[in-house]
Write a protein that binds this ligand. Sequence first.
Ligand SMILES: Cc1cc2nc3c(=O)[nH]c(=O)nc-3n(C[C@H](O)[C@H](O)[C@H](O)COP(=O)(O)O)c2cc1C
Length: 155
Amino acid sequence: MKTAICYYSRHHGNTRKVLTAMAGEGNVDLIDVTACQAVCLEDYDCVGFASGIYGFEFQKAVLNAARQYLPQGKPVFFVYTYGGAKGHGAQSIAEIAREKGCPVLGEFSCKGYDTFGPFKLVGGIAKGHPNERDLEQARRFYRELKNTYERGAKT
Ligand SMILES: Cc1cc2nc3c(=O)[nH]c(=O)nc-3n(C[C@H](O)[C@H](O)[C@H](O)COP(=O)(O)O)c2cc1C
């Protein structure tokens, strides 16, 4: 399964750490949506969208990338990290996928170190996350997703 994951990760690189763990399972291209002008997702079997949660939502650049570049009917999955209140989580990105008739293979989320605003004063929340346990769960999520996809592709 050839996979692209379009992501935004800025605050502490938490989401990027999770994606790097997933990519270690093989054949994954990580695409920073702020670092490329145009993205071609046609040639991938499956596309992930990933972000830290900012103001209860996926970061806008990831949503825009999905609107602009996600091909109709392409299998997708979602990954996000959050400090404490995941809010709507992957809701907005799932809506875009639904409009484009894209099957959703799964969703993974975990906590990510957060020093936004007042949290900085107390040394941040979700300290140490993603930790090794989070990363192992991320690897397992991706392995299972790959197995699900490959079983489906054979039938
Ligand atoms: C401007 C800003 C807004 C945030 N809003 C939320 C939020 O609404 N809910 C939440 O649980 N975490 C929130 N966080 C914390 C981030 O979601 C968390 O630290 C995440 O792991 C950041 O991912 P990144 O390091 O990959 O960018 C916010 C952080 C920043 C900097």
